[in-house]
Ligand binder design. Structure first.
Ligand code: HEC
Ligand code: HEC
Ligand code: HEC
Length: 353
């Protein structure tokens, strides 16, 4: 009995030391060039699948059939995922195929995952593989948009993909980089339908646009899509982009909505509701000669306005150093207030009462 315990104790001391010695000796191969043994490959992927399945048990997918989810996700896929996974517009590079494990061509594997499992993988990434987590963890709506897109990817032709992501076509000859994403791929006025989740930038003040871009760069306004879009662009170029969009004419088209809904929104926008400490929106927004850091809202689409108001209300929207006043303004809005306000501003003619 005593001898056995001594053996066990000796093992407990010796094993870690032996482990360290083997590590130190350099005998363990870390060369990606030699690959994994088939059994290691199988084991790692099995662990990954089991882990994702367990984590996804508590996740519930929202409805994902809204087509407006697809364009921003497709654009993000091309700039943030296709370098590793390839896309209908670009193949995986030799460098990427040399990764261990190599990022799979997703067309063939999406069908083996549920929406909830895809959500887990895209939101949290996969350790020790190079598969990164979504850049922001505080909002799930963008991740669900990506899941909606991935679900459609296996059946997508390159033409459909190019159109959905808004990739620049035209002179393809001798173009080295597959990156054909521009700001207009997402923000181009002609691409913004009634149900768009992407804001119009045209005619917004240069100050507000630049404040917003800096807020994305510095992570003060959480959006994985916009943080990826601005991540490699130098500040002086962002200034040029802000100036460019500020000089564009505001979109003329206004959304039509139920008149009684619009009237309720208008009442709240003009007078606020003191009982719930909701201020009059028009005391800050849409004023001729008003503070350039307060964006104008007229002509933005209903889904974009609603999303932003919900994010403000939940305290996660962030933004410039002025954004806390908007967080307070939205704190007590009810769901019906948000619907009415979005309908009012989406249909409102710009600046001036
Ligand atoms: C730096 C390279 C890299 C980038 C960028 C990347 N991934 Fe991955 N991804 C990987 C690797 C490597 C794996 C394989 C993980 C494994 O097999 O355990 C993977 C796995 C996945 C899987 C699971 C596929 C399967 O069955 O193994 C999905 C889904 C996925 N990635 C989606 C995305 C999306 C969406 C994006 C962009 C938001 C993205 N990835 C960006 C490297 C990358
Ligand atoms: C893949 C699609 C995509 C691309 C590419 C993209 N954007 Fe965006 N942009 C979005 C989405 C989606 C939002 C809303 C994000 C949020 O909820 O904060 C947004 C928001 C913005 C805002 C905030 C507007 C507001 O009213 O608050 C600015 C400014 C902006 N983008 C500028 C740019 C510029 C400049 C570029 C090019 C460098 C660019 N975007 C590229 C999708 C995109
Ligand atoms: C005290 C001034 C003030 C009041 C009152 C106010 N806002 Fe704002 N609002 C702001 C500021 C400042 C921002 C810009 C935040 C930032 O820097 O990103 C903003 C941003 C917004 C945005 C985001 C626009 C975009 O392009 O992303 C919406 C939507 C909005 N406000 C709606 C409203 C509504 C609806 C009300 C009334 C319930 C309201 N605001 C009341 C100051 C105000």
């Amino acid at each position: 009995m005593t001898i056995r315990w001594k053996h066990v104790l000796a093992l407990i001391v010796i094993l870690p030391i032996a482990g360290l010695l083997i590590g130190w000796s350099g005998l363990i191969g870390i060369r990606a060039s030699s690959g994994h043994w088939a059994v290691t490959d199988w084991f790692l992927h099995w662990v990954m699948r089991s882990s994702v399945s367990t984590a996804a048990i508590t996740v519930q997918a929202p409805p994902l059939d809204n087509p407006a989810l697809l364009p921003p996700a497709a654009g993000h896929f091309e700039s943030g995922c296709a370098t590793c996974h390839g896309s209908p517009a670009q193949a995986r590079s030799t460098a990427v195929l040399g990764m261990l494990p190599p990022p799979p061509d997703l067309k063939g594997v999406i069908g083996s995952w549920t929406d909830e499992q895809l959500f887990e993988i895209v939101k949290h990434g996969v350790r020790y593989t190079g598969m990164p987590a979504w850049p922001v963890q505080t909002r799930d709506d963008e991740v669900w948009a990506m899941v909606a897109f991935l679900r459609r990817l296996p059946d997508m032709s390159s033409g459909q993909y190019t159109a959905m992501a808004g990739l620049a076509t035209g002179r393809q000859v001798a173009r080295m980089s597959a990156q054909a994403i521009t700001c207009d791929s997402c923000h181009g006025e002609q691409r913004l339908g009634e149900d768009s989740l992407i804001p119009s930038l045209s005619g917004q003040s240069k100050t507000y646009l630049m404040n917003s871009l800096q807020a994305y760069v510095q992570g003060r306004r959480p959006s994985g899509i916009m943080q990826q879009a601005v991540s490699t662009i130098p500040e002086d170029q962002l200034r040029e982009f802000a100036a460019h969009y500020a000089s564009q004419p505001q979109p003329l088209h206004r959304s039509a909505a139920d008149r009684s809904l619009v009237a309720r929104g208008q009442e709240l926008a003009e007078k606020g509701r003191a009982a719930d400490t909701i201020p009059a929106c028009l005391s800050c927004h849409e004023r001729e000669g008003g503070n350039a850091a307060y964006p104008h809202l007229s002509g933005q689409k209903v889904p974009y306005l609603e999303t932003q108001l919900r994010l403000f209300r939940g305290g996660v929207r962030g933004g410039s150093s002025y954004s806390h006043i908007m967080t307070e303004a939205a704190a007590h809005l009810g769901d019906e207030d948000i619907t009415a306000l979005a309908a009012y501003f989406a249909g409102r003619e710009s600046v001036g009462p």
